[in-house]
Design a binder for this molecule. Sequence first.
Ligand SMILES: Cc1cc2nc3c(=O)[nH]c(=O)nc-3n(C[C@H](O)[C@H](O)[C@H](O)COP(=O)(O)O)c2cc1C
Length: 448
Amino acid sequence: MKFYQKKTLGILLSAALSLSLAACGNSAPGDSSILIAYFTAAENSGVDAVASASYSTIDGEAVGRVRAVADMIQANTGGDLFSIQTSVIYPADGGELIDYAAIEQDENARPELTTHIENLEQYDTVFIGYPNWWADLPMAVYSFFDEYDFSGKTIIPFNVHNGSRFSRTIQTIEELEPDAAVIEDGFTVNERDVPDAAEDVAAWLEELGYGLQTGLVTNQILDGAEGEIHYSYYLPDGYSESREYPLMMAMPGYDMMWFGEDSAGSNVGWRGFLCWTELDEDMIVVSAQLTDWGEKSARQALELTEYFVENFSVDSSRVYAAGYSAGGETMSQAVSMRPDLYAAYLHGASQWDGDFVSVPEEGTAVYIFMAENDEYYGSERARDAYEGLYEAYESLGWTPEEIDGVLQVEIPDNAYFHQRGITGNYHGGGNVLFEDSSILSWIVSHHK
Ligand SMILES: Cc1cc2nc3c(=O)[nH]c(=O)nc-3n(C[C@H](O)[C@H](O)[C@H](O)COP(=O)(O)O)c2cc1C
């Protein structure tokens, strides 16, 4: 019998570990109460997945098949991935692995685990994934259940097989963890169907009540580089990773900024947020409550935008921004810092705190709206912003027609507001711009 003990294979081990930690694909916002533990030969054979016994590709990356399914669960639930790894190096060769696993099973072996769950107490739900090996759990998964007591937690099995589905493994888990709630309706998939399993995984999770939350999702916190970012977002019904969606990042005015818990969610009823959720086209819409309208908030707006682009199924050529009043001060800076990120920006009742050079260089479309008699800023600031951007386009050699396509200013007079029932507070009244479908359409018609 061969022994595959890891002794001097630190490099291979660290390669395997980095593989297990590399988050890939899109994922839901983090849910720290869900753990997705899995065992796959590819992360225990000391070679990369392609050279190991079996693998699938996910987002172009070769990973063990069980890992591929774990990633799909992660994309929907936002749980933490955990790779079960052992001091045994399993044979990369399929035939050898079959024999080796049989011996381990005959010996009722308990391979030593080299990865351990930190903060088990934080998890209420533990997904556990494994290949069917000889109609049973791999012995490493027995070691895993020996190591932890999952009493009071929910265990949800998933596996990959080549014909035997779960065999008796779910009953075995129930016997090993008698005080856990083991979900018997686990997810099982034939090894050849793994590449196409994402929709089935999503549907299964939906049925179990672990589906991705759609509609308005409020009071979220992103633990950002410069502190917490409080935000809410909207995911269209039927949101699916198999499609890509435009993204709108909408930043509200002063009265909806973050002033502590009492202010939580004050932006959710704001028309500047909701109007984008009501368009015919499905969009992902995000709105943050930041703490100032300076550079820090601008960086946080960018961080949140990037977080959504990376973690949701976003069409990166159609990322948009909108800012109103203080939110416009923030977003004009954010868009100036990263015009490459945004296809178009709606600047409502605000002053332009960004620069005029970077936006025209990227051709990010900008629509400026300000009441002629805005009490707070005065319409001169809108004209200044328009002229500043216009001149920068001209110096880049753009024609007036070309500039018109990417730069618009609208400075309506009192009569415009009176027609809409607004007879005072033209600054706050400027929110009517979010009812103007031609403005909203202009914004979302732009692509990178
Ligand atoms: C040692 C070993 C034993 C296996 N035994 C079974 C089995 O009894 N029934 C079955 O349906 N599939 C069996 N398979 C197929 C695996 O379950 C399948 O290839 C799975 O994709 C492996 O997961 P992985 O790609 O993450 O390593 C076995 C595979 C190996 C390597």
